[in-house]
Design a protein around this ligand. Structure first.
Ligand code: SF4
Length: 354
């Protein structure tokens, strides 16, 4: 039989593995997604490393529970020992991030919210778990009849049995300084992607509850609820991400989404070509303005800065009299943890808030 006669469905289709972070970059800004995936820039930071090490401490506690540990103090000690052995570059920050909540979280592993003792079998998956306990979830999506098969993956930190066999509970550990709430969880790409993976992996699942456990604060958000009926919405989000990626990979210069909240966390920001032009085209035109008349650029900067300072004073006065102002992912008000000073800070620390 010649190659032409081989039935189509016997021809191996290319499999492309894409993780959640990778896809989320394309949704955030296609240029950033391609710049990182192509290796043009690297995406990494000490904050991300610290988050990863803090996750390991929590994963170690979950592992101890899965092996049958029943003493909260013993489980917390295992988490602390893991944090102490973190990379020295970030070990102090890791200890600050996990110490406030190790004991409380050990208690959460051992007891349900209604006070009933948990069985280790209630823990279905966790970060660092092996085989069927692995937190890694994958869903297959075929691109048309001839395109690649996408293997979409992400790791859940902790997945517990829910109130019945058609419900699951996911807890995600965040060691950054962001204060999350249930509405943030419901609208975030990460957790919508996770809900999609859960419904794809557990065919009888009717609903999933997801929350963020803030390790520095020692408490969790309320549960954000997702229902199977929402699966088409969740799949639509994922498909849009795949289209953004395919379009960006095919383009010489992918589209930019130059929104201030995301540019500030983007690894492309501050990177230049060999010709000393900003790598990001959305910023490059400003670079050209600066190069053509640097004195005028500085004068304009000074004028804008003076205007911003004036506006900041007005906002501080308003926030002092009326309470915090919240918009565009920022809060103007008393800075946490409440030292009495006014400031403008981000509700979200961005991608490094792991
Ligand atoms: S700096 Fe902004 S516009 Fe440019 S690649 Fe990054 S996110 Fe996109």
């Amino acid at each position: 039989m010649s190659t032409d006669e081989v039935p189509f469905d016997l021809v191996a289709r290319e499999e492309v593995r894409i993780d959640r972070t990778q896809l989320e970059r394309y949704v955030t800004c296609p240029f950033m997604g391609k710049a990182v995936e192509s290796g043009l820039v690297r995406d990494g930071s000490l904050a991300a490393l610290s988050g990863s090490e803090a996750h390991d401490a929590y994963g170690a506690m979950a592992h101890a529970f899965s092996l049958g540990a029943t003493d909260a103090r013993e489980i917390a000690e295992i988490g602390l020992a893991t944090a102490r052995s973190a990379n020295p570059l970030v070990q102090p920050d890791v200890l600050d991030a996990v110490k406030p909540s190790l004991g409380k979280f050990a208690g959460q592993l051992l007891y349900r919210e209604d006070g009933q003792k948990r069985n280790p079998d209630d823990m279905l998956r966790y970060q660092g778990g092996k085989d069927d306990k692995s937190g890694q979830l994958t869903a297959r999506i075929e691109s048309g009849t001839t395109g690649p098969v996408y293997l979409l993956t992400s790791e859940v930190d902790l997945l517990m049995a829910g109130w019945n066999d058609r419900h699951l509970e996911e807890t995600d550990w965040k060691s950054g300084r962001t204060r999350w709430n249930a509405s943030d969880v419901r609208s975030s790409f990460q957790f919508r992607f996770h809900a999609f993976l859960l419904f794809e992996n557990y065919p009888t699942l009717e609903s999933a509850s997801i929350r963020v456990w803030m390790t520095r604060l020692g408490y969790a958000t309320d549960w954000a609820q997702f229902r199977r009926a929402e699966l088409p919405d969740l799949r639509g989000l994922v498909m849009r991400g795949l289209v953004e990626r395919e379009t960006a990979l095919a383009a010489d210069v992918p589209a930019c989404n130059p929104f201030a909240e995301q540019c500030v966390n983007c690894p492309v920001t501050g990177r230049y070509t060999a010709n000393k032009v900003a790598l990001c085209p959305a910023i490059a035109s400003e670079c050209e303005d600066c190069a053509s008349d640097p004195q005028a650029f500085l004068a304009e900067y000074a004028a804008k800065q003076a205007d911003l300072d004036r506006r900041k004073k007005l906002m501080y006065a308003y926030a002092k009299a009326h309470g915090p102002i919240e918009a565009a992912g920022l809060i103007c008000g008393i800075k946490p943890p409440g030292d009495g000073r006014l400031g403008i800070y981000s509700r979200k620390a961005g991608r490094d808030d792991e």
